[in-house]
Design a protein around this ligand. Structure first.
Ligand SMILES: [Ca+2]
Length: 151
């Protein structure tokens, strides 16, 4: 392997590594949707991000705090997330069947075909903070930005 091939291989490994940090992958229609941010304190919400340059209909996508697709909350048809856009879904036991445990837990995201496309391990989130992706693609404590870009 010459130096160019080695460099190329390292770039590929680097790119794949950062994608696994983002915890997203293409769904059955080729879209990528990312769990971008969560907050656990009244209201609890899960923010999704659409990195594509086209809108995506989240109808049939599911999110839940247990790895159980069959009983997970499903987004209704025509739930549109705009290109490079954010959608923050308020979650509550009475509406979505789950809330975010304040001491941390794991949430799961499935596409409309039932493929799991996201898993996020949420730690304890201090009051006044959220947990989400920073500009470098790493999950950490953030200032809450519900429905907007993280910073
Ligand atoms: Ca945000």
């Amino acid at each position: 392997m010459n130096i160019f091939a080695l460099t190329f291989a390292l770039i590929i490994v680097s790119v794949l590594g950062s994608q696994s940090t983002i915890m997203g992958k293409n769904d059955c229609k080729g879209h990528m949707i990312i769990i971008n941010e969560v907050q656990t304190k009244r209201p609890d919400w899960v923010e999704l991000y659409n990195p594509n340059d086209y809108k995506v209909d989240l109808g049939g996508y599911r999110v839940y705090d247990r790895d159980e697709y069959e009983i997970a909350f499903a987004f209704p048809p025509k739930t549109i997330i705009s290109p490079k856009g954010y959608l923050a879904k308020v979650v509550h036991k009475n509406t979505t069947g789950f809330a975010i445990e304040k001491n941390g837990e794991t949430i799961f995201l499935w596409d409309a075909c039932g493929n799991k496309i996201g898993t996020l391990n949420i730690p304890y989130i201090p009051k006044g903070s959220s947990y989400g992706l920073d500009a470098n693609g790493n999950y950490k404590m953030l200032y809450p930005t519900r429905g907007k870009a993280n910073y």
